[in-house]
Design a protein around this ligand. Structure first.
Ligand code: X2X
Length: 342
């Protein structure tokens, strides 16, 4: 956050006080700096719908605030890895940050609940759940942290698929001993340990090089990311495992947020929440077209039957363990939306 310097403010009141000449001199000078310049950090490439929709929202916010508020977007983890940026949003060094609930769970444990393996069967259920009671519960848990808050509408990351350099994943046995990259989050590590894989936590900004240098043989991400982050260049197979739905909470540093005038907060929240809905629709559309695009680039696709994967997690005690961690009340909210998880 930067507020206009006092010298600029006094220059403006000086201009306001000295009549038309001073005002026009001011107007032909350099474009006036916004009164509030806030930083939005994220880990997505510039051409991912998260950034294209955020850019549009930034333009609308600037217009509707008459130039008083500027949202500066830093894509591709330019301000640091997700783990670093989580520290920065907590301290207020960045103002806004979109973060997967699963990674956020290293600070707000309840936030990984949507990532329970094979919980969601389709987007209809996802949005009913995340725009409904469970989403509200997670947002309240985030707010309890005191340092950050989440906007009402989660943004889509997507249903996660598995890519590998060496073999397709068809049955749970194919995951055994697989050197797979997972984002830094206990739920992810726990799930792949339950499959008998060898998971390594790596922040997204290092995934491409980790795959390229064969530190790991596979990773899992939604198709929109496999495409926009060019992971197809370093992966050969894409197995449509749909093993998890993942979304981004649009987070704000509470102190910096509350430093904004109420009318500006209203304008920012309105456009950010509207952008979330547009971003969701973009990703849904991409899901329909990206497979063809990636097949053209040489990736080999296969579908999987989710039932044996779910059975494997059940047998390994994964669901029982995480029900215990999230607690009966939160688990009941999840099962109330998605059905019994066993
Ligand atoms: O790190 C990932 O894989 C990503 C981009 O999907 C998340 O932000 C969780």
């Amino acid at each position: 956050m930067t507020k206009a310097s006092w010298s600029k403010i006094s220059r403006r009141s000086f201009a306001a006080g000295t009549g038309a000449l001073a005002v026009s001199t001011f107007a032909i000078g350099k474009a006036r700096a916004a009164e509030f310049t806030y930083k939005f950090a994220n880990n997505m490439p510039i051409n991912h719908p998260t950034n294209t929709r955020a850019q549009e929202a930034a333009a609308k916010i600037k217009e509707e605030t008459g130039g008083r508020f500027e949202l500066q977007i830093y894509p591709s983890s330019q301000l640091g890895s997700d783990t670093d940026t989580l520290g920065q949003i907590r301290s207020g060094a960045v103002d806004f940050f979109t973060l997967s609930g699963l990674i956020l769970s290293t600070f707000v444990p309840a936030a990984s609940i949507n990532g329970v393996g094979f919980a969601f069967k389709d987007y209809d259920t996802v949005w009913k759940t995340m725009d409904g009671k469970l989403g509200e519960y997670v947002r309240a848990e985030i707010a309890k942290s005191r340092s950050i808050i989440a906007f009402d509408r989660p943004w889509d990351n997507g249903f996660r698929q598995t890519t590998t350099s060496n073999k397709p994943i068809v049955t749970p046995a194919d995951l055994a001993n697989l050197k797979i990259r997972v984002p830094p989050s206990p739920l992810w590590t726990s799930m792949y340990k339950a499959f008998g894989s060898a998971p390594t936590s790596i922040n997204f900004n290092e995934v491409y090089s980790a795959l390229q240098s064969k530190v790991v043989d596979g990773q899992e991400n939604p198709l929109a990311i496999v495409s926009t982050a060019k992971l197809y260049e370093v992966q050969s197979f894409c197995s449509l495992t749909n093993h998890m739905w993942d979304g981004f909470w649009f987070l704000a540093n509470r102190r910096n947020w509350e430093a904004l005038p109420e009318n500006i907060r209203g304008i920012v929240a309105k456009h950010i929440n509207a952008a979330a809905l547009l971003q969701r629709a973009d990703i849904a559309k991409l899901n329909d077209t990206v497979q063809t695009e990636l097949t053209g680039k040489g990736m080999k696709f296969n579908t999987v039957d989710p039932a044996p994967f779910r059975e494997k997690l059940k047998a390994a005690g994964f669901y029982t363990e995480w029900k215990g961690k999230f607690g009966d009340a939160a688990w009941a909210m999840l099962e109330g939306s998605v059905g019994s998880l066993g």
